[in-house]
Design a protein around this ligand. Structure first.
Ligand SMILES: [Zn+2]
Length: 179
């Protein structure tokens, strides 16, 4: 089932596009080795394809290492306010184990999307999803700090939009300046 952006969601999206808090991703700066937290929604598989394309940047033969964590809701699960303590615990355990195994991966990509079924089910609108995204990033930073992780130098936040009629876009989201 496809849920579309509401009028209020679309207005928020448009204002963030205008002021640059949602902007085109700079492919040249996008990490090629990263832990990807992205919703596993099979009806939105394009969002994962877009991410892999961003990781390759302009070089089709670039070696990429996408280490994927694809639960319902993606990075939203990391936010305590999302209300899935088991999901959160599972993801944290998985991530910490992966970090031990893969010291060459230097980045985390948190990609939320709209309209996310897991958010929709909880009656969370676009603004709420974005606030959870911000919370997830803060949680990730704290988690890495608390566990003394030194191999991860960047946390990148992206947002995938499905506008309907096959029109989609993945944008960089300036979560730190969203409130
Ligand atoms: Zn989703």
């Amino acid at each position: 089932m496809t849920n579309l952006l509401t009028v209020a969601d679309q207005a928020l999206h448009d204002s963030l596009r205008t002021d640059g808090r949602l902007r085109y991703v700079n492919k040249a700066l996008f990490p090629s080795k990263a832990y990807l937290f992205v919703c596993g929604d099979g009806h939105r598989a394009e969002q994962i394809e877009y991410l892999l394309r961003l990781m390759r940047g302009q070089q089709r033969d670039r070696v990429i290492v996408p280490h994927e964590f694809t639960c319902n809701g993606g990075p939203l699960l990391l936010a305590p306010s999302f209300g899935s303590p088991l999901g959160r615990e599972f993801l944290v355990e998985q991530l910490l184990e992966a970090i031990e195994m893969k010291p060459d991966i230097d980045s985390v990509v948190l990609q939320a999307h709209a309209v996310c079924g897991a958010a929709h089910k909880r009656k969370i609108d676009l603004r709420g999803t974005m606030l959870l995204h911000r919370e997830a990033k803060a949680e990730m930073a704290e988690l890495l700090r608390k566990n003394g992780v030194t191999t991860i130098s960047r946390i990148v936040s992206t947002f995938h939009f499905d506008y309907g009629d096959g029109h989609m876009k993945t944008l960089e989201f300036d979560v730190d300046n969203f409130e």
